[in-house]
Write a protein that binds this ligand. Sequence first.
Ligand SMILES: CC(C)(COP(=O)(O)OP(=O)(O)OC[C@H]1O[C@@H](n2cnc3c(N)ncnc32)[C@H](O)[C@@H]1OP(=O)(O)O)[C@@H](O)C(=O)NCCC(=O)NCCS
Length: 177
Amino acid sequence: MTRVSPQASAGNAPARRRAAATRAVADAPADPVVVRPVRRADLDQVIEIDASVTGVEKRSYWLSILRRYGDVERPERQFLVAETNGRVVGFVIGEVRDWEFGAPPCGWVFAIDVAPEFRLGGIATRLLRALCVAFRRSGVRKLRTILARDNTLILSFFRSQGMMTGPFMPLEMDLDA
Ligand SMILES: CC(C)(COP(=O)(O)OP(=O)(O)OC[C@H]1O[C@@H](n2cnc3c(N)ncnc32)[C@H](O)[C@@H]1OP(=O)(O)O)[C@@H](O)C(=O)NCCC(=O)NCCS
């Protein structure tokens, strides 16, 4: 499941483009961005990016995510980071899941974050593409995620990547005592 974050609205496109253009001029020439598998030494920076989005520092959660998804010997589990100038500026996490909903195995993306000052530069696009490449190598042909209806930012991002409403819908209920 794509994590839900208390994000501001996606805003309007012209304003975003102006902000991006301003940043692009200020930052030019852009530093190269490398997308690679996570390393143990990246964890503090991943935790910092996550805390900047969620407002909560969850070290033990991230240690368990690193153990589960940070093993390069398990290509069906992916934890990739984007690095520029020796700094981790974004990450994506996903895995191949078998026959959920009676459908053939597919790739799930359940977390994607970019550090606020590096957004609108195509980094999340690069991360998602790299994840898709890894999933294709694992033999799956479909990418899925689930997100909060009111998270217009992540919805705009996934729509920009070509993701659309699929054939399944979530259901839930409270488990009272
Ligand atoms: C969503 C997020 C990952 C996008 O990262 P990014 O590196 O800025 O994304 P990209 O630069 O690759 O943007 C690709 C496209 O996504 C859409 N998009 C990205 N940011 C947007 C925004 N603020 N408003 C509207 N659309 C946006 C645009 O269509 C954009 O293409 P364009 O720049 O040509 O218009 C980043 O904003 C983020 O980390 N947000 C907070 C974390 C979060 O909510 N994560 C999701 C839950 S896990």
